[in-house]
Structure formats: C-alpha cells, structure tokens
Design a protein around this ligand. Structure first.
Ligand SMILES: NC(=O)CC[C@H](N)C(=O)O
Length: 228
C-alpha cells in the first residue's frame, strides 16, 4: 500500500507523518508537493498539520486553491482514504470536502498538549481497529480548532454517524458538541484536529494513534489483497 503525504508551503508535521507511516506502520510513503497534478499512483492521501501559507486569511483558506486539491478531490471521488490532520482538516473544510468550519479556539490561545478522545464511530476505514467508545490519548496543537457548523449540518452529521471522535472529559477549544473529528457522508474523508502521527510509539508518550493508520491498511488489504 502506498501513502502520499501532501506538503504545502508552511506544512510542519509532514516529517512526523512520513515517519509514522514509514517507520512505525511499515508501509510505502512519499512526499507530494502542493503543485502535483496527479495522485493516481497512491492508495491513501494524508494532509499533515502545519501553517500552510502562514495561516493567512484563515487556516487552510489559501491552500485550498493549490493545484494538488484537484487531484485530492478526484481521489476522494474515487473512494480512496483521505486523512486531514489539524491544518489538513482545516484545508479539507475550506475545500468543501468536509462540512463546517474552524473558528479560533475559545481561549484565543494556541493549545499544545495531549487530550482524551472518545471513539464515537469505529465502523469507518480509519477506526476499525478501535473499540466503539474507546478512550484514547492523542496530542493537539492548534489555534483554530473550534469546530462549527449550522444546525442542519449537525443533524446530518449525527444522523449519518459522521462524528468519529469527540473530546472526552473536557473541551479544549470550544468545539461544537466536543467534535474532534468527522468523516464525509461517504466515509472516506476524515478530518481531525488531534495528531495521531504524534502518538505512534511509547517513546512519544503513547501509541494510541497507530491503530488509526493500521485501520487504513486493514481496509485497503480487505479491499485489494486476494488471499487464498
Ligand atoms: N498543528 C497544526 O496543524 C496547526 C494548525 C493551525 N495552523 C492552527 O494553529 O490552528
């Protein structure tokens, strides 16, 4: 299985993401620059965190016009797994690949620390290796993680089981309904503010993020690898 890590000017979690896939998950991975024309050779697309284009206007508001976004939309339409973490989530929202928007944290401060999450939906290609209701610890690091959407969208998210992760015990940023991560209606585009790639080894303080990447591989193998 081959992963792409899409790099924008200002991405700063691309190396962590690459390391998680290459060294902890043990799968093929390549960096793809933001002007790429095609992602056809990749099986899963990862949008890492950071400050693309310096977070000018709003986080992700400029990156969504990058050339690679056409290829990302095509991959999304084809049903490939697309994961946006933190700034990657913000870009997916700005691009309309996920519903809703990010506002500044209600504290108006940048927050960087581990938080507890509840796995609300484990029937996705990103979460099958977790238990439903499992509480996991994953770090956050953002200034604009206060998820918001209108009431109709929220009803749809709930009705379709699109809320995949919620903050557990505390809400660090004011996010609507403690939302930490959502999938699109089809289930193949996940955006989340916490950083699973920073939680893939005990030496990093925990390995709760690894199962997310293992879920993607499990999904892909089930779909593509014929066993006899
Ligand atoms: N770690 C990140 O991806 C930072 C996200 C974003 N630029 C913010 O501060 O909200």
């Amino acid at each position: 299985m081959k992963f792409a890590v899409v790099v924008f000017p200002g991405s700063n979690c691309d190396v962590d993401m690459y390391h998680a896939i290459a060294d902890e998950l043990g799968e093929d991975v390549e960096y793809v620059w933001h002007d790429a024309e095609s992602l056809d050779e990749f099986d899963a697309i990862l949008l890492p965190g950071g400050f693309s284009y310096g977070d000018y206007l709003r986080s992700g508001a400029i990156a969504r016009f990058s050339n690679v976004m056409k290829a990302i939309k095509k991959a999304a339409d084809e049903g490939k797994p697309i994961l946006g973490v933190c700034n990657g989530f913000q870009i997916l929202l700005e691009a309309g690949l996920l519903p809703g928007a990010m506002r500044r944290n209600d504290t108006l401060t940048f927050i960087c620390r581990p938080v507890k999450l509840r796995v609300e939906n484990n029937a996705t290609m990103f979460t099958s290796q977790y238990e439903r209701g499992e509480i996991i610890t994953i770090p956050i690091a953002h200034g604009e993680g206060n998820y918001y959407c209108d009431e109709n969208t929220l009803h749809q998210l709930i009705a379709n089981n699109q809320i995949v992760f919620r903050y557990e015990g505390e809400n660090p940023n004011g996010s609507l309904q403690n939302i930490a991560g959502i999938v699109n209606e089809k289930g193949n585009v996940l955006g989340m503010m916490p950083h699973p790639e920073r939680a893939v080894h005990e030496l990093l303080g925990g390995a709760d993020g690894l199962k997310l990447f293992q879920s993607i591989v499990t999904y892909w193998r089930d779909a593509h690898v014929v066993t006899t």
